[in-house]
Design a protein around this ligand. Structure first.
Ligand code: ZN
Length: 313
């Protein structure tokens, strides 16, 4: 059974799943200070639900993983309402982003492990909603001492609860280093998605990550500024040809409602309307794969079978 924001479902009912998206990302302190001027919850919910509904109708998407860590503005109440309105399952995350601010530096790793485990066993805030995945990240600062503390926290939570990990990386070397870190700390590598690895085209290093047992998150389709569509499709194809199809998951890493995009939330959702959609993989990438001889069963592996196996553990 898998935790969604509406309660448990059987992993076999996840269907087509986008493994790394974000409904909302915002600065929590600034939202607390400025309320609706910062993020208008009602408008946000309406827009997220509309986009999810469209993905369900156009592309058969039944589930998304909201990979937003606690300190990037995760809001499970918004996720719950959007899931209710759209009929799409949403899996929420626990875990911390790579920020290195005072509380992250000051509080002990063990204390954070206890807090995150509290969300897994007791629910998030007072909602009873339980996370399905642990998020962690290595950011522009790289593999610092504090970053290792954050990765250790995620690894311990995974080891003690069995909840799998999904990560953010910014270079192929960070991706390799993250996996090595989890390995050294005794984390079951089959419970780890090394994220954003579709941004890199080093097939040899990507293959090594798969051979050691983790999943690759080819999770930024449509983010051309980080890697072209051509490269992303070639990389996926080469990994497939090498026999690694069962270790690949796909997504877009869309941030549907991002506070940084608006000066004034009264403009919302005009700008968001022109943004990326959850249909891109099915509408743009799948036809390209089919041109290369891919069959429906191959697409099924990426969108259905691999997410299911990842969460079934
Ligand atoms: Zn992300």
């Amino acid at each position: 059974m898998i935790n969604t924001v509406l309660g448990e479902i059987d992993a076999s009912d996840m269907g087509r799943t986008l493994m790394h998206e974000h409904a909302v990302c915002f600065d929590v302190s600034l939202r607390n200070a400025f309320g609706k001027k910062w993020v208008d919850e009602e408008k946000a919910v309406e827009f997220i639900a509309k986009r999810l509904k469209a993905a369900k109708e156009n592309s058969g998407i039944q589930t998304i993983v909201d990979a937003t860590p606690i300190n990037s503005g995760r809001d499970v109440r918004i996720l719950k309402q959007a899931s209710l309105l759209s009929g799409v399952n949403i899996l929420a995350a626990t875990g911390l982003f790579a920020f290195e601010n005072f509380p992250i530096v000051g509080k002990s790793a063990e204390f954070f492990v206890e807090l995150l485990m509290g969300e897994i066993f007791g629910g998030i805030e007072d909602t009873g909603i339980k996370p399905a995945v642990v998020k962690c990240a290595t950011g522009p600062q790289g593999f610092t001492e504090i970053n290792q503390k954050l990765l250790w926290i995620a690894g311990e939570v995974c080891k003690r609860t069995g909840i799998p990990i999904t990560t953010h990386t910014e270079t192929i070397d960070m991706a390799v280093e993250q996996q090595n870190f989890f390995d050294k700390n005794g984390v079951d590598l089959s419970k780890v998605i090394i994220g954003h690895t579709g941004d890199y085209n080093d097939i040899e290093k990507l293959s090594e990550i798969v051979k050691k047992g983790s999943y690759l998150g080819l999770d930024r389709f449509g983010l051309d500024e980080f890697n072209s569509l051509e490269n992303r499709v070639n990389t996926l194809d080469q990994l497939f040809q090498k026999g690694f199809a069962d270790s690949l998951v796909v997504s877009h890493d869309i941030v549907l409602v991002f506070d940084a995009d608006y000066d004034d939330f009264s403009d919302f959702p005009q700008k968001a309307e022109n943004g990326r959609t959850f249909d891109y993989f099915c509408e743009v990438v799948v036809p390209r794969l089919k041109e290369r001889g891919y069959h429906d069963e191959d697409i099924q592996r990426l969108l259905v079978d691999n997410p299911r196996r990842f969460f079934e553990g």
